[in-house]
Design a protein around this ligand. Structure first.
Ligand code: GAL
Length: 444
């Protein structure tokens, strides 16, 4: 029985649904060498596999939506060009923010069947895998590739765990973005709201005209917490927002926590009632179609819109989420090398592309994210991304909780779940109590 078949059997037993799992066709050119099966993990920092080396490479992510797929494929194309003999196994599990993917990944890691490399958010989320001994240190590799010379100090600091770097970032995403339908605003003589108070005025005006003010998803099980982190930032301001994630209940006892929950509930009252049935991409689609005026989502929604052939500032507009002008909720997608990776050399060749200028300039303009490097070819980035790149360097940076910059995997589960349950029952007391109880999970 192949390793893959065994793994699927294990997943079935555990009743975990692989929402989507596809693999790219084997590379056209025949493998020059037999599949690399040696468990050669002796030196995680050796040079990447030479072009033409055979074998396979399994890359695990949750990138299945418009924009996400195109970005990933752009990097696969580069890999195939450089390493034509390597078969890429594109192991994806659908569900934004990795809410489904991470459950599957966990089963594989615990079962000793790691993919060679997997998507991990830089920051505290990476710490979860490092603490569990599941990632190889990559500091030497990082330096050899010259990545340390071409990434901002801020990001390098976020990547360091006990002095070591474990993952290679491909991008920077912004979480606190409000996407809106330009025509609906124009036709109704309204301006995109800058504050939460403005937001409610605008939402009331749209509602009075029978237009859905804001589309909110929930089927990916992260859309509620995503929207909520913007409301928390608007309520606490950047300095105190930061303190929400320190593993204590202190800030959740602050009256502003209850106030943010009330504001979040009020925002939801201006949204669609079928929140649990639609995903973030559906919500963005409603904005593009003029069925909803606004949605709050990370800039992968921009990548999604691009994949639908839409143009920013023509078909749809953007603004910081209400009340968060001047702050940038950052997150970064990165890839690590599994401890005991079956195809370590091929994986390092992948990581070399992830961190390269060529890889990032192919991936990010499609993904809707900013490059993690400072030497990107700006001519490849559109108006929105040029602004995002500038804002990342100029605004106050605060970490995303929903996307692992400030949260461990242990904390993310209750964080996502509590917000989704609230989106359904609007029980303010239960959400506040749940958040107080869950706060210490962020130190695990
Ligand atoms: C985030 C991830 C993004 C995007 C989004 C929706 O967690 O960092 O790259 O894929 O989920 O799937």
């Amino acid at each position: 029985m192949s390793r893959w078949v065994k793994m699927l059997g294990l997943l079935t037993i555990l009743g975990i649904l692989l929402a989507a799992c596809g693999s790219t066709a084997p590379a056209a050119a025949p493998a020059a060498a037999p599949a690399a099966t040696a468990p050669a993990m002796a030196d995680a920092t050796a040079a990447p596999a030479a072009a033409g080396a055979g074998g396979k490479l399994e890359i695990f992510s949750w990138w299945t939506n418009g924009g996400e797929q195109e970005g990933l494929n752009a990097m696969f194309d580069i890999y195939k060009q450089k390493h034509p003999g390597v078969e890429i196994v594109n192991a994806t599990v659908a569900g934004g923010a990795g809410t489904n993917a991470k459950a599957v990944l966990q089963t594989r890691l615990v079962g000793g069947q790691p993919p060679d490399t997997w998507q991990v958010h830089a920051g505290r989320e990476a710490l979860s895998y490092v603490n569990a001994g599941q990632l190889e240190p990559l500091t030497k590799f990082f330096t050899e590739q010259g990545f340390d010379k071409n990434m901002p100090k801020f990001l390098l600091d976020q990547l360091k765990i006990n002095g070591e770097i474990y993952t290679v970032p491909v991008n920077i995403h912004r979480s606190n973005v409000m996407w809106y339908n330009i025509k609906l605003f124009k036709d109704n003589g309204l301006e995109p709201p800058k504050t939460m108070d403005d937001f409610f005025k605008v939402a009331e005006a749209f509602k009075a005209k029978g237009i859905l003010p804001i589309a909110v998803g929930g089927s990916n099980k992260f859309e509620a917490s995503h929207t909520f982190e913007s409301v928390l930032l608007a309520t606490f301001g950047p300095d105190d927002y930061l303190k929400l994630w320190d593993g204590t209940t202190a800030m959740w006892n602050d009256p502003r926590a209850a106030q943010a929950i009330t504001t979040f509930g009020k925002l939801l009252s201006y949204s669609n009632t079928d929140r649990t049935a639609i995903g973030w991409a559906d919500a963005m689609q409603q904005v593009l179609d003029g069925k909803a005026a606004m949605t709050i989502m990370g800039d992968w929604a921009h990548g999604f819109a691009l994949s639908k052939g839409k143009k920013v500032n023509v078909d749809y507009g953007w603004a910081p989420s209400p009340g968060t002008t001047g702050s940038f909720i950052w997150l970064s997608d990165s890839f690590g090398l599994a401890k005991g990776a079956p195809d370590a050399e091929q994986a390092k060749a992948w990581l070399a592309i992830c961190g390269s200028k060529e890889g990032q300039d192919a991936f990010n303009p499609k993904k809707g994210s900013s490059p993690a490097r400072t030497d990107a070819d700006l001519s490849k980035y559109d108006e929105y991304l040029k602004a995002a790149i500038k804002d990342f360097g100029a605004l106050k940076l605060v970490p995303s909780a929903t996307h692992g910059a400030s949260t461990t995997n242990a904390y993310q589960s209750p964080w996502h779940n509590l917000a989704e349950v609230f989106s359904a029952d609007l029980d303010e007391k239960a959400l506040l109590q749940g958040l107080k109880d869950a706060a210490p999970d962020n130190l695990k």
